[in-house]
Design a protein around this ligand. Structure first.
Ligand SMILES: [Zn+2]
Length: 238
């Protein structure tokens, strides 16, 4: 039977029949897909490790209605994330965001790379986990058409000087004159923390020194924006 090879991250899974598992993969080539791991609950199953959440690797599966995984090679298991409950929940939030934001059948290399970079930071750096999640959310908004703009009003283009308004109706920052009914005024601290995280590359996030209180405020603001954009609450709080 013809087979397909993909690069993928395990983002979920459920038991299926007695010994099998249905695993959700976020793949680079095909977006979100569901694949079957047969007899994988046996303790000596050769594919046992590659079905674990967060595993990143190359997966080969049969084509057809049921995609059955025949072999897998793990590139990184990101095992260190599971040793810290907060990091683990952050990874779960990331997987929730993928399942909510990425429509079935669609692919996004940029989203895939951002996911990998976030998992790397959680596993191997001392970057603030909330800062990582904020960066991931800002990236997700950008990729799915809700880029947050800074410095200039997103509606009239005027330079933002005194008032910076975040408008939940369209998920962007405007001047006071362009404020919508559900717009809220951002204080300078919240605005600049959101801006700094937005313009800093994933690789540099661990060098940022930001006030925890402001990071919290930005996180809450973006969780609310996530609800407005995708119609779903971010269930896992960190
Ligand atoms: Zn304006």
């Amino acid at each position: 039977m013809e087979q397909t090879k993909v690069k993928a991250i395990v983002i979920g899974g459920i038991d299926y029949k007695e010994k099998d598992k249905l695993i959700t993969l976020f793949t680079l080539e095909q977006g979100i897909i569901s694949v079957l791991f047969k007899s994988v609950k046996n303790s000596n199953a050769k594919l046992k490790a590659s079905k674990e959440p967060m595993s990143f690797g190359e997966y080969i599966f049969t084509n057809g209605n049921t995609k059955t995984v025949t072999s897998a090679e793990i590139i990184d298991s990101f095992y260190d994330i599971t040793k810290n409950i907060k990091k683990y929940y952050t990874a779960c939030s990331i997987f929730e965001i993928i399942k909510t934001a990425l429509p079935i059948g669609e692919t996004s290399a940029e989203f895939f790379v951002s996911t990998l970079k976030s998992l790397e930071l959680l596993a191997y750096s001392n970057a603030d986990i909330k800062v990582v999640l904020i960066k991931y959310l800002i990236k997700a908004f950008e990729i799915f058409g809700y880029k947050i703009t800074f410095d200039k009003c997103s509606i009239c283009g005027q330079k933002l000087l005194v008032h910076k308004i975040f408008n939940f109706s369209h998920g962007d920052v405007t001047c006071f004159g362009c404020k919508s009914l559900d717009g809220i005024e951002l204080n300078d601290g919240v605005y600049s923390v959101m801006r700094i995280i937005s313009i800093t590359d994933f690789e540099k996030l661990s060098t940022l020194k930001l006030k925890a209180e402001l990071v919290n405020d930005v996180y809450e603001l973006l969780c609310k924006n996530y609800y407005y954009r995708f119609g779903k609450k971010l269930e896992i709080s960190i």
